[in-house]
Design a protein around this ligand. Sequence first.
Ligand code: SF4
Length: 635
Amino acid sequence: MITDRPLTDWLPITKKEVESRGWSELDVILISGDAYVDHPAFGTAVIGRILEDEGLRIAIVPQPNWKDDLRDFKKMGEPRLFFGVTSGCMDSMVNHYTASKRRRSTDAYTPGGDASFRPDYATIVYTKILKKLYPEVPVLIGGIEASLRRVTHYDYWEDKLFPSILKSSGADMLVYGMGEMPLREITRLASKGVPFSSMRTIPQTAVLVPKSEALPKNKNWEDLTLSSHETCLKDKRAFAANFKHIEQESNKVRAKRIIQSIGEDQLVVNPPYPPMTENEIDTSFDLPYTRLPHPKYNKRGSIPAYEMIRFSINMHRGCFGGCSFCTISAHQGKFIASRSEDSIVKEVDAVTKMPGFKGYISDLGGPSANMYKMKGKVQSICDRCVAPSCIHPVICSNLDTSHKPLTEIYKKAAAHPDVKKAFVSSGIRYDLLVDSYNKKHDDSLDEYMDQLVSNHVCGRLKVAPEHTSDNTLKVMRKPSFKHFHEFKKRFEKANKKHGLNQPLIPYFISSHPGSEAEDMANLAAETKEMGFKLEQVQDFTPTPMTVATIIYYTGLHPYTLRSVYTAKSKHEKKKQHLFFFWHKRENHHEIREKLTAMGREDLIDKLIADKKRHAKQEFVKQRKKQKQRKHSKRR
Ligand code: SF4
């Protein structure tokens, strides 16, 4: 993308750019598995801009070559304070492999979508290289890969438990969650000359402390000791039980400090910072991003992940849904940190001035589109809460689910003179929008639905019921499918009112813990009856630090320690996935066989009955009967 902005508008990524700023030394060097896109949706840019805001001289080394003579790791020299390492916006293994562990041929975070620009387990590989080249320089790891691998975790790709990534990588400190607050504190201390070995009580960080040393003291924190890494290796039950504590402490206002023994060390995971205030999150989003990829990539093709969010706006962070398969709350927290209306409207204006903007905002969203500004009515109740979800198994009576502030922002964005349409493409929580589930809602839902349906749907609306079986939905921490039926009716009514015909696109997952092949057959029949031919479907992938992953590995639910069935073999998973595609003729024979084997012949007609053939068979049967009748009369 060609712009006439000076190169100094971006953070430097080459030695020449560093020198052109007159810097002979850098304070911090960030190593990232992603290409550098200077946009608030890309973690490396956020951290880079925060450090710059702290007055530090920083440079980014995006996607360094880890296979050659390591010149990319050497070109910027040694930073004065520390190296910061991240795999990028995704866990490198999720980025590289499909649910069936097949290597992907593209990478959305690389120019041209090219694959192979980052190693597997990127955080570990980069950190080990840095520790070899610069053993004296501290390495700080962060981003989703480090964050979700902070304690003993299951790695699906190696099919075994890994210890904290601090241990596997040799890094000095780990920042989990969204890094702004801890990063500011770390850099302030580091700038004052405090060594990393003395920074052991910074919230939202984790460190390894040798067992020969006393644990650092903080009188405000209680400790919670998990089963050791070694115990987890031997005992799946102990590993499963650990997770309940980890999840609860990650989502508490006043969390405990987590301690876990690993060999000769103790892992210390300090409690998180409180959710960011409006002012703090605005400050982060209002930093001077160019909102563009670095010009170095101009000739290498577009970056698919950037193209997706180029004209979009993220309005809040966090998610209180607590879905079992999702990592958002483990990384961003359960409490919603929302930007101010002013900051969002200012960004809408900035987007309209971007090169290539044609009047369409692609998303006014967030991790779940319709949680903006939602929080507990009485904060002191939330302060004591340990629930992993505010909306499952029922919507908490203390949760304020008003959609008013969100509707106001939609209206303001739509009213901008240069905006033709401002779409909502992030998934919405449909359960918040139905009377049967959100029983105590205020009077804001009708207006929200009207505004959404009439102005903000880009052709089709994405929603994620994820399954139709109540048993599976319970394991998923999702509401019963009957509420989706109600939402469909409501959505269609709103469409009719506005003379529109916008379809719903439901998302579903197969082979999630709790889902049996028969549940998938029922799913296929029920969604067919509703008029859906499914397209947005996926097979469950066990990613680190989710309830569903713990069940997948241990066979136990971490909260009850009771067994839960999970389809694990290729054969079982394929069988479940097959039912999504009942409409493909080539699957009919297999589906018929499977339904017969499970004694569900009743679904054969519903799902794959060939009407013509059925009518012909019926005709032949009737003729036969007639002939028999005639014959017996004659006799
Ligand atoms: S009290 Fe209710 S609203 Fe507050 S955190 Fe707990 S579940 Fe959520």
